[in-house]
Design a protein around this ligand. Structure first.
Ligand SMILES: Nc1ncnc2c1ncn2[C@@H]1O[C@H](COP(=O)(O)OP(=O)(O)O)[C@@H](O)[C@H]1O
Ligand SMILES: Nc1ccn([C@H]2C[C@H](O)[C@@H](COP(=O)(O)OP(=O)(O)O)O2)c(=O)n1
Length: 233
């Protein structure tokens, strides 16, 4: 009698944490190394924020944001070597990184209707990722994918995070370290303090403090955690 080939179910990995802890860099490298798809959920919240700004919606007006939230069509490409993000067919990977969008994204992403719509989108992308997926954000382990096979929560000191972010902005926009640190802490407070699905560590997440680790060390740590989970399946 022939036995059916053993199929290993797709692994789902959630990586959460505040800004500058290394989520995107780590997630892309880990997903590439392990053949997983990759979803940057922060880019989706940035994309809807970009659309609100483009269309003259007052991002401080939660009702106006909620009323318009279903209008833009956000599409995320999940190849970790070349992730993409479009709004109504327009490539917004550059425009979603401006300081204007960064300063408004916390207000837009605190609107419950926005979170419901984007969470649905994230779940459908994860469900369609046949070979498994690594999803990074703020509420993936707690709300979007509470049954993820592995949850990682990255942290780092505000000093380390501000230095990393400042290094990135050099030559583009303001590079003042103290201002970067303040903006980052303000966004942390808004993201952690909102009512709907705030930035939080899931109880069963593995916490990794990246302050004194190189990016390579963080990648190796997460690859090992995923491989350990896979070995148990
Ligand atoms: N462990 C680390 N040590 C030094 N720099 C890092 C480390 N992790 C990430 N970086 C750098 O910090 C910046 C922010 O990293 P990123 O992955 O975008 O963080 P996040 O997605 O959590 O905001 C990037 O320039 C990245 O190269
Ligand atoms: N799952 C998520 C991901 C991001 N957000 C919101 C809150 C964050 O400040 C913004 C931008 O996220 P993003 O990951 O791009 O931010 P950084 O690259 O870490 O600076 O989106 C969220 O509310 N929920």
């Amino acid at each position: 009698m022939e036995t059916a080939p053993r199929t290993v179910p797709a692994i789902i990995v959630a990586i959460d944490g505040p800004s500058g802890t290394g989520k995107s860099s780590t997630s892309k490298a880990v997903a590439t190394a392990l053949g997983l798809r990759y979803l940057d959920t922060g880019a989706q919240y940035r994309a809807i924020t970009w659309w609100m700004v483009e269309n003259g919606i007052d991002t401080a007006d939660a009702e106006a944001v909620a009323d318009a939230a279903a209008k833009p069509e956000i599409v995320s490409g999940t190849d970790p070597l070349a992730p993409t993000i479009t709004v109504d067919g327009i490539d917004v990977s550059g425009p979603i990184r401006t300081q204007e969008v960064t300063s408004k994204v916390s207000a837009v992403s605190a609107v419950p209707r926005v979170r419901t719509l984007i969470t649905e989108l994230q779940r459908s992308i994860a469900a369609g990722a046949e070979g498994g997926i690594l999803v990074e954000g703020r509420d993936i382990g707690t709300t979007v994918l509470p049954d993820a096979d592995l949850k990682v929560f990255l942290t780092a000191s505000p000093e380390a995070r501000a230095a990393r972010r400042s290094g990135e902005l050099k030559g583009k926009e303001a590079t003042d370290l103290a201002a970067t640190r303040e903006a980052l802490l303000r966004r942390d407070a808004a993201d952690s303090g909102r009512k709907t699905s705030p930035l939080a560590k899931a109880e069963d997440a593995v916490e990794v403090d990246t302050s004194d680790l190189t990016l390579q060390q963080v990648i190796e740590c997460v690859v090992t955690l995923v491989e350990e989970k896979r070995a148990l399946r």
